[in-house]
Design a protein around this ligand. Structure first.
Ligand code: NAG
Ligand code: NAG
Ligand code: NAG
Ligand code: NAG
Length: 486
């Protein structure tokens, strides 16, 4: 081999040696606002740094330069660029770019000696609109914005449960997966979402305020008269969170209507953030409180439910951008007797059992005499009122049944007015001479009997009350609350 050829090979190798680093391209992905490092390094012998000049350029414009001291160039990101001066002596010339912007995308080059490393910077951003908090039911738009050269990079969205978002009716992916529209937001959508771009993940937070569905909360309740019912309305935030989210003033309205097709009448309307509810006669207790899981709870408690309390209750929570609501249906069942006094022999009493709404599908209302010699039973499958003529005292029970289960039952003890008659008969059988004396005696006797009877009636009412409050009348399969499978 001639000297010329060797020289040529060395020359070519040298050229290739210079050219190769220039072609080694690295791609660095960044998120708007999050500091990023563009790598560049060299094997340095001790002390050689003082003879070295390192230039970082962006599209041929100088960003920063290191030559014993650190100099800024004129590229747009120059003020946000720096070296780690401790690392530089070890041959680490990486560019630290703080607060990257979408406009920072493109090719950067690190040049020193005869070396040149090119780094492509891609910058991404997730645009969430509207910004701030949202209410359940609203629509949210997410858009991945990035520099121009990234159209083919695969994008994946993950919801707060870390489930990959697929195209559905309420979650619409467009623009090659870069845009996501979430319709009809749910409470479960509240939390940290992620946008995953190849190996990079951008977490972002979405705040959805909504009604938490409690597993045991039904929107339909059946109550016996004089019982206690409560309805609650839970939000997934508490007042402190509301403050930090800048939610502003929150108002709550409770309204009521007795019939399904009526319009609601306002019962109560107050500013939650004042925590000073307006107490009204009907609303024996509306409370705003925060439970152990920091949820805002609005609870309506009605003790000693009256028949006139039946109907539809609607809570509305008013935010500046809309409202959330929940509706409850309260059905009340009551029993009464006409005349209400104890029954005398041979007399007739009308026992009435009434449900505040038409009978639900498949339900029957029954009056049964559950105590006595002869059993008696009456029922209706069409009407919400059942009246029976009772001649026999004893324990009567009105129950609402659906299929094989008893949804609700109320006991009514029909008493016999026996003692009054007996005493009266004794009084009538006594001779004339001692009439005055006996009349006085009889009066005392009757009065005592009356008093005793009244006391017993009171005791009975108390016992009945107790049964109702505990809702434990001797029905089988009675549930804690009466719910209908609708
Ligand atoms: C080079 O310096 C940057 C910025 O300080 C640092 O993030 C990076 O880990 C360093 N690289 C090496 C190989 O040490
Ligand atoms: C409900 O309570 C009131 C007062 O406590 C009582 O007078 C009434 O009889 C009770 N109603 C029924 C059906 O027991
Ligand atoms: C609820 O109360 C707010 C505040 O007073 C009021 O602006 C809003 O109209 C009320 N909503 C209803 C349905 O009454
Ligand atoms: C039926 O009623 C009578 C008197 O009213 C009472 O002594 C008896 O204990 C009752 N029986 C049942 C099973 O309730």
């Amino acid at each position: 081999m001639s000297m010329d050829v060797i020289l040529a090979i060395v020359l070519i190798m040298h050229l290739v040696g210079v050219m190769i680093p220039a072609m080694v391209e690295k791609t660095v992905r960044a998120v708007v606002g999050k500091e990023v490092v563009l790598p560049c390094s060299a094997e340095l012998t001790t002390g050689s740094i003082q003879f070295l000049t390192v230039n970082w350029k962006y599209k041929e414009t100088l960003v920063i330069r290191y030559r014993n001291v650190f100099l800024k160039g004129s590229a747009p990101m120059k003020e946000r660029s720096q070296f780690n001066l401790q690392e530089i002596t070890k041959g680490n010339f990486s560019l630290i770019l703080s607060d990257p912007q979408l406009s920072d995308e493109g090719y950067y080059s690190c040049e020193f000696d005869k070396h040149k490393t090119t780094v492509e910077l891609q910058v991404f951003q997730v645009k969430v609109s509207p910004s701030g908090f949202l209410l359940a039911g609203e629509t949210l738009s997410l858009k991945l914005e990035s520099s121009s050269n990234t159209k083919l990079v695969p994008v994946m969205w993950l919801d707060p449960q870390s489930t990959q978002v697929m195209n559905t009716v309420s979650r619409i992916l467009t623009d090659n997966g870069r845009s996501l529209q979430i319709k009809d937001l749910r409470v479960q959508d509240n939390g940290i979402w992620k946008c995953s771009i190849d190996t990079m993940t951008i977490p972002f937070s979405v705040t959805v305020i909504g009604v938490v569905d409690e597993p045991d909360s039904r929107t339909q309740q059946l109550a016996a008269i004089n019982a206690t019912v409560s309805f609650s309305f839970l939000l997934n935030i508490d007042l402190n969170q509301a403050k930090t989210l800048g939610v502003g003033d929150i108002y709550t309205n409770l309204s009521w209507k007795s019939k399904e097709h009526d319009t609601y009448q306002e019962i109560s309307n107050f500013k939650i953030t004042d925590q000073d509810p307006v107490w009204q006669e009907r609303m024996r207790a509306v409370r705003v409180l925060t439970n152990t899981e920091s949820q805002l709870v609005m609870a309506l408690e009605l003790s000693k439910v009256q028949f006139k309390d039946a109907g539809w209750y609607r809570y509305q929570v008013q935010f500046n951008r809309g409202h959330l609501e929940k509706t409850f249906h309260l059905m009340v069942m009551t029993v009464s007797a006409d005349p209400p006094e104890p029954i005398s022999k041979g007399a007739e009493v009308t026992l009435r059992c009434e449900l505040s709404t038409p009978l639900p599908k498949g339900a029957v209302l029954c009056w049964d005499r559950v105590n006595g010699t002869k059993e008696e039973s009456h029922q209706t499958e069409t009407k919400h009122v059942l009246e029976v003529k009772a001649r026999i005292a004893g324990l009567w029970q009105c129950s609402l049944k659906q299929g094989s289960s008893v949804k609700m039952c109320i006991d009514y003890k029909l008493e016999e007015a026996a003692e009054w008659k007996t005493h009266l008969l004794i009084g009538a059988g006594v001779g004339g001479g001692a009439v005055l004396l006996l009349l006085v005696g009889l009066c005392v006797f009757v009065c005592t009997a009356r008093k005793r009877r009244r006391q017993r009636a009171q005791k009975m009412a108390l016992a009945r009350q107790h049964l109702l409050d505990k809702k434990t009348c001797q029905c089988s399969h009675l549930r804690k609350n009466g719910y209908f499978e609708t």
